[in-house]
Design a protein around this ligand. Sequence first.
Ligand code: PGA
Length: 270
Amino acid sequence: MKQFKIIIPIILSYLFSPFIHTNTMKHYTIIGNWKMTMYHKKAITFAQNHFAKLHTYCSERLTIGICPSYETISALQKLAQSTNIQIGAQNCSQHYSGAYTSQISAKSLSEIQCNLCIIGHSEVRTYLHETDEIISQKLKQLLLHNITPIICIGESLEEYKQNKIKEKIETQLKYILPIIKKHQNKTIYIAYEPIWAIGTSITPTIQELEDIFSWLRTKCSDIKLLYGGSVNDTNINELKNITNCDGFLIGGASTDFQKLQNIVLSIIEE
Ligand code: PGA
């Protein structure tokens, strides 16, 4: 009898080990940032042709989000209706409401059930002169309206060359971490995107990324950490193994279905 008490749990754990293994497997998130490269009709055609297939890859192991331009959000939401693909925005206003011609409020995004939004992208920081203070206000607006933020951070080439990566990121985090700490029950993404790696086909080395992500993890324990900057269907085989990285923010390669599918397949393969 005593022997059974020992042997039965061992047999049971052996029998159920595949399921136990599945449950503990790493979960990844892939967010496609379609910038202004996917025009309205092109984006719709992509969704009509490929969302059904992409949906089959969404699982406990993988979340897929696509962020088109504002004018295309509603159309893609309809096409994603019976799928698990999330449709997000690429930016929002830092203001609740008011006389801000051309701006889009987080409140409006939430009213159309757009529950995901990128903020702080380096292109917005540069071309629209967005500061860390403004990004912190945008973050508050998103959290107020229960929209999942994807906050982009990262250093310039100059800062990289001067070995000031962590210094730069620390400054950026100083504005957002105090806000994030008040919302610990919510899903929040931070995307580390070295500016010099965006759209250049160049990425940091795996060793550099391991170092940055393990350092980031000590600062952002409950936050999902993404990497962005020239992710493609070749380098994904290495990038997917970065220990503290929970997924990827992908620009160019997410607008090409074959490349996006290859990235997804690489991630979900054993
Ligand atoms: P990329 O863009 O993948 O084309 O480098 C990434 C981003 O800007 O988010």
